[in-house]
Ligand binder design. Structure first.
Ligand code: ADP
Ligand code: MG
Length: 223
């Protein structure tokens, strides 16, 4: 369902270097993929390119046989909001909106049919956040905030979830909880998941693991 061909991202700092160096990847619908790698190896760059936030230097990305890497910014934004759920590295939520409104936000960013509040409440329930519906982000713990960003990522029934270090600031207990929730979503809805992380706990949850080393992707655990 997601195919990546000869993907490069070149940055120029002191000299030119490839943050992504010929990435090729073929992901089946319903797979749970973990990409592990040290800080600075290119993991976020890869997710940001898949989601269309960054443009690759060269290479192609196909989502369900549609080449998405060559689309305009507007078209990419539409696909990102409509088909992808992004769980960012930091728990970015809008501090002036309550929990339910934060979760429903992706619905309001695209014109669509449906019942956002009903869907939002369903997700609150699924993620054990129902008692926090009217609370504001500043009143929540790190683990609760993370679950809000996962619920928000699920709002528009994504085909694929891209999670960037979703457990980075969590303790062991919350880490297991968040990974368990992602696994459950993956199994229940057949949602494809790409999780990038430097935390090896994910190995117990993913179907397949890759390691990113200086912009190159290798199969298996190599750190
Ligand atoms: P990771 O998520 O694995 O920690 P990143 O994808 O954030 O790694 O970064 C990969 C490499 O690209 C790092 O060396 C980083 O410093 C570099 N990098 C990221 N963004 C830029 C940029 N806009 N300009 C120059 N170098 C960048
Ligand atoms: Mg990163």
């Amino acid at each position: 369902m997601l195919k990546i061909e000869q993907l490069y991202k070149t940055y120029i700092r002191a000299k030119e270097f490839n943050a992504l160096d010929n990435i090729n990847l073929d992901i089946e619908s319903g797979e749970f993929i973990a990409i592990i790698g040290k800080s600075g190896s290119g993991k976020s760059t890869l997710l940001n390119i898949i989601s269309g936030i960054l443009t690759p230097t060269s290479g192609k990305i196909f989502l369900d046989n549609q080449e998405i890497s060559s689309l305009s910014d507007d078209e990419k934004s539409f696909i990102r909001n409509d088909s992808m759920g992004f769980v960012p590295q930091s728990t970015v939520v809008l501090s002036t909106l309550n929990v339910l409104d934060n979760i429903c936000l992706p619905f309001f960013l695209s014109k669509r049919e449906g019942d956002p509040i009903g869907r939002g409440k369903y997700l609150l329930n699924e993620l054990g956040l129902e008692h926090l519906e009217s609370s504001y982000p500043r009143e929540l713990s790190g683990g609760e905030l993370r679950r809000v960003t996962i619920a928000r990522a699920l709002m528009n029934y994504p085909k694929i979830i891209l999670a960037d270090e979703p457990t980075s600031d969590l303790d062991v207990e919350n880490t297991k909880e968040v990974l368990g929730i992602l696994k459950e979503i993956n199994k229940k809805n057949n949602t494809t998941i790409i999780l990038v992380t430097h935390d090896l706990t994910c190995l117990d949850y993913a179907d397949k693991v890759y390691t990113m080393i200086s912009g190159k992707l290798v199969e298996g655990k190599s750190i």
